[in-house]
Design a protein around this ligand. Structure first.
Ligand SMILES: NC(=O)c1ccc[n+]([C@@H]2O[C@H](COP(=O)([O-])OP(=O)(O)OC[C@H]3O[C@@H](n4cnc5c(N)ncnc54)[C@H](OP(=O)(O)O)[C@@H]3O)[C@@H](O)[C@H]2O)c1
Length: 283
């Protein structure tokens, strides 16, 4: 079997590549920046350089591929999905596993709008697919690290809302399983962490991991907008993030699914565990 992983320099894509290497595979990866990829993987992977905006750069990478993991980001992600699915279908790829979003199930929420469009475009090509739909990544909490380090507090516009963030290792395990097996073809797999936590509870769990009291403070949507703009986030993404915060505030993203347990035959990893593993980032 030959596998191609896109988004291999990203959070989840890199974990999937690692899992394939650990199984003795030498996967192909499709990246925009070969230096980044060489630095990370040396010769453990076969590197193809290109851009998901440009199908001509993707064609050589997909020749002879059986399984494609499609991970990408940004407000053009549905276009990337369409280009990749059409190119993969023409190349005879047997299985496409898309890293989608739980929010694709809630049509007006966050990047889910773009992911829902991407899923439709993939379905329309007729290629056999699996859509892995994670809730927010626990690693998103790294965005709070600098404020926690300097002031012992972090601020988001999520009010008293709760969300069941998922550990990136769980996402990567589910994606890898879907890539290696035919069992999940034609299925959407909505995956979440084991419990919906408030931001104050997540603050307390990070505090426990680093032995220091950490506070969460809710801010207005306008303050959150300014915060994101000052971090250099693109305007479409800022609006997507604000709509996720709104959904969390309004209690629309509290769902906990049993999909990780069903697919991996083990419980999803907890936020406590993630905070312990990543404690160094917060001190
Ligand atoms: N973060 C969350 O909480 C969350 C929750 C649910 C779903 N998701 C979804 O998960 C996906 C990955 O998110 P992430 O936060 O893990 O992002 P990430 O770590 O930044 O990964 C994105 C990857 O896509 C690659 N990429 C972007 N545009 C590309 C293009 N035009 N051509 C080729 N490669 C391209 C990036 O490559 P470069 O290194 O070249 O930039 C990077 O490797 C996104 O679709 C996001 O919507 C995220």
């Amino acid at each position: 079997m030959t596998y191609l992983i896109t988004g291999a320099t990203g959070d989840v894509g890199s974990l999937v590549v690692k899992r394939l290497i650990d199984r003795g595979e030498r996967p192909r990866i499709f990246v925009r920046d070969s230096q980044k990829a060489v630095g990370r993987y040396q010769d453990q992977v076969e590197i193809f350089v290109g851009d998901l905006e440009d199908p001509e750069t993707l064609k050589p990478a997909l020749e002879g591929v059986n399984g494609l993991m499609l991970a990408t980001a940004g407000h053009n992600l549905a276009t990337h999905d369409e280009i990749a699915a059409k190119t993969a279908k023409s190349a005879g790829v047997a299985r496409l596993v898309k890293l989608s979003s739980y929010d694709a199930r809630e049509q007006n929420c966050g990047t889910g709008v773009w992911h829902a469009q991407g899923e439709s475009a993939i379905r329309a090509t007729g290629i056999p697919w699996v859509f892995v739909q994670p809730s927010g990544f626990m690693s998103s909490a790294l965005l709070w690290a600098s404020s926690i380090r300097s002031k012992g507090v972090f601020r988001t516009a999520t009010g008293n809302g709760r969300v069941a963030f998922i550990h990136p290792d769980d996402i990567a395990d589910v994606v890898t399983k879907a890539l290696l097996s035919e069992v999940y073809l034609g299925q959407s797999l909505p995956i979440t962490g084991p419990e919906a936590l408030s931001y104050a509870e997540m603050a307390s769990k990070i505090g426990f991991a680093i032995g220091r009291s950490i506070r969460f403070q809710s801010i207005s949507e306008e303050e959150a907008r300014q915060q994101q703009v000052s971090r250099g986030v693109s305007l479409p993404l800022v609006e997507a993030h604000l709509s996720i915060f709104r959904a969390i505030r309004e209690g629309r993203l509290t769902t906990v699914t049993d999909t990780v347990e069903r697919v991996l035959r083990r419980m999803p990893l907890t936020f406590e565990q993630w905070a312990k593993e990543n404690a160094a980032a917060f001190v």
